[in-house]
Write a protein that binds this ligand. Structure first.
Ligand SMILES: Cc1cc2nc3c(=O)[nH]c(=O)nc-3n(C[C@H](O)[C@H](O)[C@H](O)COP(=O)(O)OP(=O)(O)OC[C@H]3O[C@@H](n4cnc5c(N)ncnc54)[C@H](O)[C@@H]3O)c2cc1C
Length: 429
């Protein structure tokens, strides 16, 4: 039997109520900007923690533990007098009544709504991809992938007498694909050296495929070349111009007719907003389903609704911003400031992105950083810059300390790492 929605009005009814959906980089930044101001803020997320997505691949490849890169949202805002956290998936927005509805049928009313629901993996309607390929977009994805990788490597040790192949195919040569395939190649080398796995006659391959003719296409040429050479040197087979037409449970098929048996297909081919809550708003969308926003980040025709981060088609001047963490953080901050402007009767200002560069790590002592002014830092220096930046943005002192200890330990004792298969129910099938 359907139950009537329970509407919740948070804090003092006279205080403007801001509801922020999403505790990712953008939602946290917006909440920070409104903390301890004269507004009542409710931040809602389907997880009770914030996930530091840029380090997911390290959890997936047994370099870090899930708890190292996640932090409870309640703990982050525990000291803010005007912030409340609500756990649960939001399923609908009622613009007329200015209320959001959660899966448990409860409602929260708002005066301003900030949509910061991020994006999800894009499968481009390729048959079998959403069913059999493994995305890397949540802690659950990372843990699932880690179990699969470690289970498959254990199984290869058992089958070492058989002359077969164990193929890990990474689809997508952007930063996530590059980072994951590099870390996977290192994991394989480590388990052989340190844990004594013996693959015997089984040939273990890490294959990185992309439709394009280069890796890291958003980076300058020298960074692309460096990434390709470094990965190849680490034993990753980089294949360009490969169009995936189907993913099966244990195989991948390409447009040229090749069908390759696989131990895992790791999906790093891109992201989309289609299929997320933002897609249900019924407002105009840009490429990949991103919600169209005005220059101040408000949704046109909905003066009380704002969209930020990956979910929004954020522009800086005439340029469309990429779906990156710094864009999410800066747009979240900007949105908070604009809401305060509106509440105090002041005009809003347009968003301007301050580009501080982008980075991708390839392996130990190997990363590329592309800085404003076409400056490229590669190798150990790039890697140190990458480590420092990621530590800086990681939430929570304890997490930073744990990651520093983990990374330092691994620097001097490289093969260490949490190579635990923590999933009794998962098997190689
Ligand atoms: C594997 C990976 C690696 C990356 N590496 C980098 C990198 O190195 N550098 C970089 O700059 N960027 C990187 N990015 C991109 C960067 O992480 C994103 O741009 C950034 O996370 C966007 O922030 P956001 O707050 O918009 O969305 P997200 O961080 O995705 O947060 C969205 C939040 O909304 C919540 N949510 C979604 N729907 C609902 C709902 N219906 N109800 C309740 N809650 C909901 C989610 O649980 C999530 O917490 C990476 C992304 C991935 C996936």
């Amino acid at each position: 039997m359907a139950t009537a929605p329970r509407a919740e009005t948070s804090h003092d009814a006279r205080t403007p109520r801001v509801v922020i959906i999403g505790g990712g980089f953008a939602g946290l930044a917006a909440t920070r900007g409104l903390a301890n101001q004269d507004v009542s803020v409710t931040i809602v997320d389907q997880h009770n923690y914030h996930t530091f997505l840029p380090l997911l691949y390290q959890v997936a490849t047994a370099g870090l533990e899930p708890a190292d890169i996640a932090y409870p949202v309640r703990t982050i805002f525990g000291h803010a007098r005007n912030v409340t956290f609500r756990h649960g998936p939001v399923v609908a927005v009622d613009h007329e009544r200015r209320a959001i509805r959660l899966e448990d049928n409860s409602e929260i009313e708002f005066d301003h709504l900030v949509l910061a629901t991020g994006a999800t993996a894009a499968y481009f309607a390729i048959p079998g991809a959403s069913q059999y390929a493994m995305p890397l977009y949540s802690l659950a994805d990372a843990r699932h992938l880690r179990n699969r990788l470690l289970l498959e490597l254990e199984a290869a040790d058992v089958r070492k007498g058989e002359g077969s192949q164990l193929n890990f195919v990474v689809v997508g040569g952007g930063p996530t694909g590059v980072e994951t395939s590099g870390a996977l190649a290192e994991l394989i080398r480590i388990v052989v050296l340190r844990d004594g796995l013996d693959f015997g006659a089984v040939k273990v391959r890490v294959i990185l495929v992309d439709l394009a003719a280069e890796l890291l296409t958003a980076f300058p040429q020298s960074a692309r070349r460096y990434a390709k050479e470094t990965l190849t040197g680490m034993g990753v087979e980089v294949q360009f111009g490969r169009s995936v037409v189907e993913v099966e449970q244990h195989a991948i098929r390409f447009a040229d007719g090749e069908r390759l048996e696989t131990a895992a297909v790791i999906w790093a081919a891109g992201v989309t907003v289609k299929g997320t809550l933002a897609d249900e708003l019924g407002t105009a969308t840009a490429a990949n389903g991103r919600v169209v926003v005005a220059s101040d980040l408000r949704v046109p025709g909905r003066p009380h609704v704002w969209a930020v981060g990956d979910a929004a088609a954020v522009r800086s001047g005439s340029a469309m911003c990429a779906q990156l963490a710094p864009v999410a953080i800066q747009s979240g901050h900007h949105c908070a400031r604009q809401i305060l402007h509106v509440l105090s009767g002041e005009p809003t200002t347009p968003f301007r992105y301050r580009d501080k560069g982008t980075m991708a790590t390839i392996g130990r002592n190997a990363a590329v950083a592309s800085l404003p002014g076409r400056i490229v830092i590669k190798g150990r220096l790039g890697w140190m810059a990458w480590l420092t930046l990621h530590l800086f943005y990681l939430i929570g002192f304890r997490n930073r300390l744990r990651v520093v200890i983990n990374w330092t330990w691994r620097y001097f004792d490289w093969p260490s790492g949490p190579r635990l298969i923590v999933a009794d129910a998962e098997t190689v099938d």
